[in-house]
Design a protein around this ligand. Structure first.
Ligand code: NAP
Length: 534
């Protein structure tokens, strides 16, 4: 079986789970005492780490031989010993000789790796006089807490690290923009797959660099760092071990893995990676879906233009800019003026569409019919209905266009009357002020869709319309999904209307995106199960 799909992703050729990749997950171990560190090492093993980084500089006191002996003997995983000085972002501010002694001792006592900073490497190699057990690998590291240098400068840095006697090269830079990560990938790919040089650990720090920590098995990284708990990081932007393994399916990522993601700013709150990565796993798709904190849409798409970056969801504030960037746009998305889903086609062109409106409208159709089938062969249950949209922003436009497409008569009520009027003109509908809405009761069986943020957390006691004014609405929809049941929906239920939540819209918009990303039917029940507790 071979299923050709729009994005160029072919389930059979992707071979997910073909085998565990070779990239290690390393848990940084930071604690005040040796006993606490040993406890954390066991926790790291339980969570699925492959190796631990023992951060000696975090110990309140260190009695070299006995403490390092315990740390090695009692560790259930291979070890990497790091004794980071303050001048390289660590906690140690003692003398270099004592630091070198501890690292040398770690090598002698059986550490699998030790880390020495590039700036101190020459001195350290002289200190050890080249004596190192065969088993122990020396990682020579460099940290740039300010920016990510050019490809040329990074190449020179790698050469200097290698020349300093590294068995493994490590460099960490800082992402000022998500496109900085591409330069680091260029270095690791070239070094691992072209020149086949010594292994490289390459990280780009900060939220904009998150991708570097997740995609390193694809781009030739020796190791990534995964923390035991959220926020307990040894460098900015580290994900947890749980996120790497359970959320991003890290073990299944390989050189053929297709990259998908949600571009937005902010973006870390998005639940999309939860949906798509679980579904990829269940469907055997060799893909990973990541959070992409993007500042500049054009720069992002200029940089990540390879078909390996196959599909994107798009959220605030980039939906309009993303549309402008597309080579081809679905006609409805064009009318709405926003895309929330982009596919990189095999010919390299970007195709954009809007699944927000499908998600919302199909949820409302299903709500009206009381089943999962939505529209039937007899047509949409919205046809001929009076459909009142509160709001004229991105979601309001999508709902208004969708309702019109389904043959509804559309009315727009908005705080800024001018925007209501403009949208009403576009969809051939009627415009109201918010004040007029309460007395707008021309018929029974109407549909109401709130697309404003009135009633959203934290202002959960607000509502865009009084309970009394809801009596003629057969169904009330709210695009807000925090909280799931808004005051508007609660009062609509009390008034006897059917209700549809913003969570339904979120799940609905994801169905079509998944189908466009993979060419496979969306696992609807799975999406519902994932969002059930939400
Ligand atoms: P948007 O483009 O900024 O539009 C906001 C709309 O709300 C505008 O019509 C605005 O009126 C109105 N508004 C904002 N504050 C108001 C207030 N205090 N009183 C009266 N009207 C107010 O935002 P959007 O992207 O359409 O998003 C709107 C809502 O939909 C958000 O809550 C968002 O979370 C939700 N949403 C949900 C999903 C989903 O999957 N469930 C998807 C997309 C959006 P003016 O024109 O007068 O400014």
């Amino acid at each position: 079986m071979e299923i050709a799909v729009e994005s160029g992703v072919r389930p059979m050729e992707m071979g997910v789970g073909m085998g565990k990749n070779q990239t290690l997950i390393c848990a940084p171990i930071m604690a005040d005492t040796v006993d606490q560190m040993v406890e954390l090492m066991h926790k790291a093993k339980f969570k699925g780490a492959d190796i631990v980084e023992v951060r000696l500089d975090h110990l309140k006191s260190l009695d070299h031989r006995p403490d390092i002996e315990v740390l090695i003997r009692q560790c259930p995983l291979p070890t990497l010993f790091t004794y980071r000085p303050t001048w390289e972002g660590g906690e140690y501010n003692g003398d270099e000789e004592s630091r070198f002694e501890a690292l040398q001792l770690a090598m002698e006592l059986g550490a699998d790796h030790i880390d020495i900073e590039l700036k101190a490497a020459h001195e350290f190699m002289n200190f050890t006089r080249g004596n190192k057990p065969e088993k122990c690998k020396i990682i020579v590291s460099s940290h740039n807490y300010e920016y990510t240098p050019s490809v040329e400068d990074l190449g020179n840095l790698v050469a200097r690290i290698q020349a300093a006697g590294a068995d493994i090269v490590k460099f960490a830079t800082t992402a000022l923009d998500i496109t900085d990560v591409a330069r680091v990938f260029q270095i690791t790919v070239h070094s691992q797959f072209v020149d086949r040089q010594v292994p490289i650990i390459a990280m780009v720090m900060g939220e904009r660099g998150l991708m570097s920590r997740i995609l390193c098995p694809k781009f030739g990284g020796y190791l990534t760092f995964g923390t035991l708990e959220e926020g307990k990081v040894s460098a900015p932007g580290q994900p947890t071990i749980d996120e790497l393994i359970s959320l991003y399916n890290f073990r299944s990522i390989d050189t053929d893995t297709k990259v998908f993601g949600i571009i937005g700013k902010p973006v870390s709150h998005s639940k999309s990676p939860k949906l798509y990565n679980r579904a990829f796993k269940e469907d055997g798709i060799n893909g990973v879906f990541v959070h992409l904190l993007v500042d500049d849409v054009n720069k992002f798409f200029d940089t990540y233009s390879s078909p390996d970056f196959s599909g994107f969801s798009c959220t605030i504030p980039h939906k309009e800019a993303a549309l402008a960037r597309c080579d081809e746009v679905d006609p409805v998305a064009k009318s709405i003026g926003a895309v929330n889903c982009l596919i990189r086609r095999l010919d390299g062109k970007l195709f954009g569409c809007n699944t927000d409106y499908v998600g919302a409208i199909s949820s409302i159709e299903i709500g009206l019919q009381g089943s999962q089938n939505g529209a039937t062969h007899t047509g949409s249950p919205l046809a001929g209905k009076l459909f009142v949209v509160i709001g004229a922003g991105g979601a309001g436009k999508a709902l208004a266009y969708g309702a019109k497409e389904k043959g509804a008569r559309v009315v727009i009520a908005n705080r800024s009357y001018d925007r209501a009027r403009d949208l009403a003109e576009l969809v051939g509908g009627k415009a109201l002020t918010l004040a007029e809405l309460s007395n707008f009761q021309p018929e029974t069986g109407m549909i109401l869709a709130n697309t404003t943020s009135i009633g959203m957390q934290p202002n959960i006691e607000e509502t865009p319309i009084s309970k009394e004014a809801l009596r003629n609405y057969e169904l009330v929809f709210d695009a807000i999904y925090t909280p799931k049941i808004t005051r508007l929906l609660r009062e609509a239920q009390e008034a006897g209307s059917k209700i549809v939540t913003g969570v339904e819209m979120f799940i609905g918009q994801a169905y079509e995106q998944y189908e466009r990303f993979t060419g496979l039917p969306a696992p609807k029940q799975l999406f519902r199960d994932i969002m059930a507790d939400y």
